[in-house]
Design a protein around this ligand. Structure first.
Ligand SMILES: Cc1cc2nc3c(=O)[nH]c(=O)nc-3n(C[C@H](O)[C@H](O)[C@H](O)COP(=O)(O)OP(=O)(O)OC[C@H]3O[C@@H](n4cnc5c(N)ncnc54)[C@H](O)[C@@H]3O)c2cc1C
Length: 330
């Protein structure tokens, strides 16, 4: 028979906000474990090699640990190292490569069911982010093996025709990096221009590379199909076939709504399909179950990020401590 473990709180997701939440709960004298279906800070593990964060290091700090970096902006590798060191320093209990599948029970007596165990707890913090469910290309061939929603590095694409779909930061950075590494990059953009939300130091760079012809771009253009050798586009001037040995569809991600449903979290009937939660306490429609970090924004995935999402941790931990009657330091 499977052993039933027990903690005062369970955090689902070992991203920056999940870790911050576990630290704050543990510092209030409660036992907590952090479960992740992948590695520690699994989303950041999936970011491009040597990616530079747009935030300066102090804005990514959790648990009041300083984040020293050699550069003005930290790289992906700096962040991976930082969050690991903080986790070790706080002696957080981790259950990695273990997927949460549902939540059973009621207020005060929940059972978090994973693919490996059942964990009894009074409080659950859902910090599952958005990076696991890409917005898929809904066209024939959109699931072919050379179509990816995750860009890592340019080196496999030297002297090869690559198509990048999207007009936001990730698409802009991938297109620029691959073009500079010698790939033949075509950018496909549904709207009339590169998004205004692209960072102010990246947008002019991309616009100028398009102007000088190093990157070919199609605006006001719709994807029609992906074949093993090309992408079929509908441009304002009619259909165009663009050769492509690889296609990066960098068109955003969305929270795992199937998981939220399996955890019993309802969704609001608004434009962002916001998962139900009290904006003051982050408690959901299930008492003692909280949302933290990016997942709080629903489809508005740019509403919460590390800089502002890390503050959810303290609010939630205070609410948990207050409702658990743990004596707090004055
Ligand atoms: C390329 C890129 C660059 C970025 N740069 C910045 C930046 O400079 N500054 C900034 O503030 N933000 C930045 N962001 C946004 C930021 O990284 C995210 O907002 C942040 O990761 C959110 O943290 P989180 O803890 O809420 O979620 P995540 O970091 O996404 O963590 C969620 C975790 O939940 C786990 N999980 C999901 N489902 C399950 C399950 N069923 N069972 C168990 N575990 C599960 C996942 O494996 C994952 O580890 C960037 C994002 C991207 C994509």
């Amino acid at each position: 028979m499977q052993q039933i473990l027990s903690y005062d709180a369970v955090v689902i997701g070992a991203g920056p906000v999940g870790l911050a939440s576990a630290i704050e709960v543990q510092r209030r004298g409660l036992s907590v474990c952090v479960i992740d279906k992948g590695a520690l800070v699994n989303s950041i593990v999936g970011y491009p090699t040597n990616m530079e964060f747009f935030s300066t290091p102090e804005l990514l700090e959790i648990g009041d640990y300083p984040f020293p970096t050699a550069h003005y902006k930290p790289l992906r590798e700096d962040a991976l190292d930082y969050y690991r060191r903080v986790t070790v320093a706080e002696k957080l209990t981790l259950r990695l490569y273990e997927r949460v599948v549902r939540l059973e029970g009621d207020a005060g007596e929940y059972i978090v069911v994973t693919d490996k165990a059942q964990i009894a707890t009074r409080h659950v913090i859902i910090a599952t982010g958005f990076f696991d469910i890409p917005n898929k290309l809904d066209v024939p061939g959109g699931n072919l093996p050379h179509v990816s929603h995750y860009y890592k590095e340019p080196y496999a694409h030297v002297d090869r025709p690559v198509v990048v779909i999207g007009a936001k930061n990730s698409a802009a950075k991938a297109a620029l990096q691959m073009a500079r590494a010698g790939a033949h990059v075509t950018l496909v953009v549904r709207g009339a221009e590169i998004s205004e939300s692209v960072k102010y130091w990246i947008r002019p760079d991309l616009i100028n590379r398009i102007k000088e012809g190093r990157i070919k771009a199609y605006f006001n253009t719709l994807m029609q199909a992906v074949t093993p050798e090309a992408v079929e586009l509908l441009t304002p001037d009619g259909p165009v076939s663009v050769p492509a040995t690889y296609v990066y569809a960098l068109t955003g991600y969305r929270p795992d709504y199937a998981l939220l449903m399996a955890l019993g979290i309802t969704t609001q009937n608004d434009a962002a399909s916001t998962p139900s939660h009290d904006p003051e306490t982050f408690e959901t429609n299930r008492p003692g179950v909280y949302l933290a970090g990016t997942v709080c924004g629903g489809l508005n995935t740019s509403r919460w990020f590390i800089e502002n999402g890390r503050y959810h941790a303290q609010v939630i931990a205070e609410h948990i401590a207050a409702t658990t009657n743990v004596p707090q330091p004055s």
